[in-house]
Design a protein around this ligand. Structure first.
Ligand code: ADP
Ligand code: MG
Ligand code: MG
Length: 252
């Protein structure tokens, strides 16, 4: 079973007046098959955690360790992390002009699997996954994220997730901007991947509503650049009722 271990992670970004510490000692262990919800107020550093794990160059790790089955993730390039099985669905996905969804998926799958998927089975795999996400087959010929609606971007990310089958999936606010139907379809996709038992999921969210569809095994409250409290699914209910106030006050 793959295990991602984050220990005392400190991360800074370059701000106008010099480096600014955003993550202030994050500890978190995610095993394949587990779903962890990380919830917290805006600006608490949730996306910074996601980008840091994926290796975004803007974020500088100043302390701590991240390992996947004992291998040093922080030493790996972005591509190496993807090949090792770490997947990030971004809060604000970028456009890839001139690259179709279909080519993008095949290139990604080739990179992650280490060989090009056999065309016949691949086409079938993509078709089935798209049908499950209620995506129009014509979508495969569109350019990545170009003019995609919020819902299309998120479905495209879940499509990647289903096809790439990572060991650790980081989903950053996959629920933001989705209407109820899209939220249900996207959540069902996450649950299908989850039911395989082969993916550990880090579900980053500001709102509790996605947790009605995806039941987390663990809930962590993120505030001021670190995990302030951890518990089971009941902690999400408590947050729904009480908000984040008690974690933010007196912090930073
Ligand atoms: P969250 O995802 O929880 O809303 P973020 O990780 O996006 O929080 O941001 C945490 C803090 O770090 C915010 O104060 C934000 O302004 C700052 N921050 C994040 N990324 C950058 C960056 N690239 N440059 C400067 N400040 C940043
Ligand atoms: Mg935010
Ligand atoms: Mg964010």
């Amino acid at each position: 079973m793959a295990t991602l271990e984050i220990h005392d992670l400190h991360v800074s970004v370059e701000a106008e007046n010099g480096p600014r510490e955003i993550l202030k000692g994050v500890d978190l262990t995610i095993k394949q098959g587990e779903t962890h919800a990380v919830m917290g107020p805006n600006g608490s550093g949730k996306s910074t955690l996601a980008y840091s794990l994926a290796g975004h160059p803007k974020y500088t790790v100043t302390g701590g360790t991240v390992t996947l089955d004992g291998e040093d993730v922080l030493e790996m390039s972005v591509d190496e992390r993807a090949r090792a099985g770490v997947f990030l669905a971004m809060q604000y996905p970028v456009e890839v002009p001139g690259v179709s969804v279909s080519n993008f998926l095949r290139t990604s799958a080739t990179a992650v699997r280490g060989e090009a998927p056999k065309l016949r089975t691949w086409v079938k795999e993509v078709k089935e996954a798209m049908a499950e996400l209620q995506m129009d087959p014509a979508f495969a010929e569109r350019n990545v994220n170009e003019g995609f609606s919020g819902g299309e971007k998120k479905r495209h990310e879940i499509l990647q997730l289903e096809l790439l089958k990572p060991k650790i999936a980081i989903l950053d606010e996959t629920d933001s901007g989705l209407d109820v139907d899209a939220l249900r379809i996207v959540s069902e996709g996450v649950n299908r991947v989850r039911e395989s038992g082969e993916v550990g999921t880090l579900l980053i969210t500001h709102y509790t509503r996605i947790l009605r569809y995806i039941k987390p095994d663990f809930v962590h409250v993120f505030a001021n650049g670190r995990i302030a409290e951890s518990g089971g699914a009941e902690l999400a209910d408590q947050l729904e009722n009480e908000g984040y106030d008690k974690y933010v006050k007196g912090g930073a």
